[in-house]
Design a protein around this ligand. Structure first.
Ligand code: GDP
Ligand code: CA
Length: 320
């Protein structure tokens, strides 16, 4: 079975770990979000690709869900001693090595997709990880700028990590997306897939950004295979993080049903909501999307694997 998964960071990575356990013989291609990418200290940092790579490769900091296990922060401390920032983005020493190699390869002319493949040669994530595009796309968030009486756009990481999404987001802009092209292998993988899954990743700044790459949404909708998603919203709130803030920016309520309708029946064939949201199943089905209520908390790998099995079962059901 060939499975294509669109993934952000933590939600995507933890689901993928379950999917690998649930379908050990499947051929899994992951299309990773690169809208979160940022240049820091002259280095190209790809937080979502690295979260997937480290999680599936066994190098992730389990408690945190991002960054490396057994990390130290000597380089960060030395940079701070020079007064060189930003100090709000925590890059550890082990993690720095990944960004140094990535930047070195990109400077030498390799596209991000080739660099990602090279990094994965070490981590052996057990999936084919492809960035959504080799082109530069950067998610920006429009916030109030009271100091000049107007609004300004800040990099997504500044909004998320420095400001902790504590101020209202008026718009989310995937800058550069319109001019971008899917990375080599992306459209081919979708065209050859038996099923496409949307893990419980952020619908706006993770999956929404991937879908903003021209041709991506059409390729998935026209693939003629079941497309099944899992809600990152449980009991009207994100399980972790601040997805409600960016959903509000695109005019979508923080409910499992509203997220399903935001993707729409033109894209989604099936949708899983948590059992606490069982009362919304009818609303999702009225919108033309098959819906089931099952436990959606990824407390451990086995729980994530059960979610993956439910998603594959629903895919089978909608395709028959
Ligand atoms: P990020 O890039 O690290 O923010 O990760 P993703 O975009 O892949 O996933 C973030 C989303 O995962 C958040 O909106 C969370 O609500 C969701 N999430 C995290 N853990 C769980 C879980 O155990 N169950 C469900 N249903 N969603 C989760
Ligand atoms: Ca992310």
């Amino acid at each position: 079975m060939r499975i294509v998964v669109l993934a952000g960071g933590i939600g995507g990575a933890r689901f993928l770990r379950g999917l690998k356990a649930a379908a050990p013989d499947a051929d899994i291609t992951v299309i990773g979000n690169t809208g979160d990418d940022i240049h820091l200290f002259g280095l190209k940092v790809c937080p979502d690709l690295d979260t997937v790579m480290y999680t599936l490769g066994g190098g992730i900091h389990e408690g945190q869900g991002w960054g490396r296990a057994d990390e130290t922060f000597t380089v960060k401390e030395e940079l701070a001693a020079y007064g060189v920032g930003p100090d709000w983005f925590g890059l550890g020493d082990r993690d720095f090595a990944t960004h140094i190699i990535r930047t070195q390869m990109i400077t030498a002319g390799y596209p991000l997709s080739a660099v990602t493949e090279a990094l994965c040669a070490r981590w052996q994530p057990g999936v084919r990880l492809i960035p959504m595009t080799d082109d530069r796309v950067e998610t920006h968030v429009v916030i109030d700028a009271p100091e000049d009486g107007g609004r300004k756009a800040v990099h997504f990481q500044e909004y998320w990590v420095r400001l902790h999404a504590s101020v209202p987001a008026h718009a989310v802009l995937p800058v550069g997306a319109e001019q971008s092209k899917p990375a080599p292998g992306v459209l081919e993988a979708i065209g050859e897939a038996d099923v496409v899954l949307f893990p419980p990743s952020n619908p706006v700044v993770s999956i929404g950004t991937i879908l903003a790459v021209p041709g991506m949404r059409e390729a998935i909708a026209d693939a003629g295979v079941p497309v099944v998603g899992l809600s990152p919203i449980v009991g009207n709130a994100p399980v972790r993080g601040m997805a409600d803030k960016v959903l509000a920016a695109v005019g979508v309520e923080s409910t499992a049903a509203a997220v399903a309708k935001h993707y729409g029946s033109g894209l989604l064939d099936g949708w899983l909501v948590d059992t606490v949201d069982a009362a919304t199943v009818g609303e999702v089905e009225e919108a033309g999307i098959n819906c089931r209520a099952v436990p959606l908390m990824m407390t451990d790998i086995e729980a994530a694997a059960r979610m993956a099995r439910e998603a594959l079962a629903l895919a089978k059901e909608v395709s028959s």
